[in-house]
Design a binder for this molecule. Structure first.
Ligand SMILES: [Zn+2]
Length: 203
């Protein structure tokens, strides 16, 4: 497993960039059924885990996937996959990609604007410190998590300063949180990533 930082080639550098693009890998539309409702928590988590698995199998990033749905209808709003190495951007965890694309879909900076349905996040692993913060800012009101922080750290991924009190903070702010959902299926993707010798960044 490569854990050292890679020095970018001179051709990959841009002087004083003014913009950047956050794009899902090409395969996403072949894997995601945008039309069907994701009615149950398990449906939503299976989608997040399927995205994490495909990201590993197709070699487009780390073993993490996320999906944002509307509560009630189960309508799929946006998905994310870990894109840190593919797009050379440490902030592009699966949840961050999903938040950014979901907010592009609704056209505003929050998924909790007046008149909107409740939005839910399903993520194949407990959010890291960055993503847990963004979960609060995103406006999702419900969070489903698969693999645990300990599972990710066993794979030597750093999760940062997330404490029991961090979770309690989100609960006190009114977010409903369900963790450990389909954990074994999510962890199986970590095992696949390890077998393939996937890169551990921020390790
Ligand atoms: Zn994260």
């Amino acid at each position: 497993m490569a854990s050292e930082s890679r020095v970018p080639s001179p051709e990959s550098r841009t002087s004083h960039p003014r913009e950047l693009t956050v794009a899902l890998p090409d395969w996403v539309d072949a894997v995601v059924d945008w039309e069907r409702p994701y009615a149950t928590d398990e449906d939503k988590m299976r989608l997040a885990i399927a995205l994490s698995r495909e990201n590993v199998q197709r070699g487009t990033g780390g073993p993490f996937g996320a999906a944002i749905t509307e509560q009630g209808t189960g309508r799929l709003v946006a998905v994310g996959v870990n894109s840190v190495v593919r797009l050379g951007n440490c902030t592009l965890h699966a949840e961050m990609v999903a938040f950014q694309l979901a907010q592009a879909a609704v056209g505003t900076f929050t998924l909790a604007a007046a008149g909107m349905p409740v939005h839910e996040l399903a993520t194949s692993c407990d959010p890291c410190a960055m993503c847990l913060g963004a979960t609060l800012w995103s406006g999702v009101r419900r969070v489903l998590c698969g693999a645990t922080r300990d599972d990710a750290m066993l794979l030597r991924f750093e999760e940062g300063p997330v404490f029991a009190s961090s979770w309690r903070y989100l609960s006190h702010r009114g977010l409903e949180i369900r963790r450990g959902l389909l954990r074994e299926e999510a962890v199986a993707v970590f095992d696949l990533y390890r077998q393939k010798g996937g890169e551990i960044y921020n390790g």
